[in-house]
Design a binder for this molecule. Structure first.
Ligand code: A2P
Length: 285
């Protein structure tokens, strides 16, 4: 598939279309910064915004969406269920709270943020199954158009699939040339689960890597743009985050060049370079 603009879409396994680049808001402070950066992103042409209850910025994100004046049906909004809400009842309350803060009456995508929070480390599989049962109901009711997971490794997805009646559409992971997550990415592909790449710039840690900058120079592009391209060319959906208008625009200006197979391979060989690898099964919260 040739991708040529910010409003091009991937099609999820339930037929819902999702714009190929999302605007990430992890680590974007609530208030004016989140409000302004989301407005800037929408002005730059992004139509896909990724937030989460845990980011604490849903109200500002929602205000920007409203003030942008863009019709709701042209937008794709994702939020995530936090670790304190892994049950049928708690998930319902959490979704209603996110919708209220965002000022929306439905979400395009809702994800379980982490597979195995500390508080249910010993019964995470049962807790996820219960949570998922609510997500399926809300999906069927149209309160969430698509449902998925985040930071799930193979064992977590396999456990979920044992009781799921609707398979996840998305698995959002920390994926970039330093963290390839090969096994879970292959598993996602086999199961028709779209891999979304959060922190495609390695939270900024990859921007000074010489090999990435050498490729960027060749195309008269920035390291950030090379990294967004790398994600897209792997079939991932990148979610670059920035709070600066010019960078927000830059990160979406990636449709006038393509990395060669050799460059993709060279980038894949940077695994470990940023030292950011994290094991989701050990996340300490
Ligand atoms: P800022 O928000 O101050 O612009 P990731 O998307 O991998 O989490 O990376 C986000 C980090 O990278 C943030 O620190 C962000 O800084 C920075 N960043 C985002 N886009 C660019 C860019 N085009 N050039 C330089 N730094 C960027």
């Amino acid at each position: 598939m040739t991708i040529s603009s910010l409003t091009d879409t991937f099609t999820l396994n339930n037929g819902v279309k999702i714009p190929v680049i999302g605007f990430g808001t992890w680590q974007t402070p609530d208030g004016d910064v989140a409000y302004q950066s989301v407005l800037d992103a929408l002005k730059a042409g992004y139509r896909h915004i990724d937030t989460a209850a845990a980011y604490g910025n849903e109200a500002s994100v929602g205000r920007a969406i409203k003030d942008s004046g863009i019709p709701r049906e042209e937008l794709f909004v994702t939020s995530k269920l936090w670790n304190d809400s892994h049950s049928f009842e708690a998930a319902k309350i959490a979704l209603d709270k996110s919708l209220q803060l965002l000022g929306l009456d439905y979400l395009d995508l809702y994800l379980i943020h982490w597979p195995n929070p500390l508080i249910n480390r010993r019964n995470w599989d049962k807790a996820n199954a219960e949570t998922w049962r609510y997500m399926e109901d809300a999906n069927t009711d149209g309160k969430i158009r698509a449902i998925g997971i985040s930071n799930f490794q193979i064992e977590h997805v396999e456990a979920l699939l044992k009781t799921a009646t609707i398979a996840p559409m998305v698995n959002q992971l920390f994926v970039n040339p330093s963290d390839l997550e090969k096994d879970i990415v292959a598993f996602n592909n086999e199961h028709n689960i779209l891999t979304e790449a959060y922190s495609p710039l390695g939270t900024g840690s990859l921007l000074e890597v010489p090999q990435i900058n050498d490729i960027a120079t060749k195309y008269n592009k920035s390291a950030a743009q090379v990294l967004v391209r790398w994600s897209l060319q792997h079939g991932f959906l990148p979610l670059p985050k920035s709070t600066h208008a010019e960078r927000i625009e830059q990160n979406a200006d990636v449709f006038d060049f393509a990395l060669t197979d050799e460059e993709m391979t060279a980038l894949d060989q940077l695994e470990g370079v940023a030292g950011t690898h994290q094991d989701a099964s050990q996340a300490d919260f």
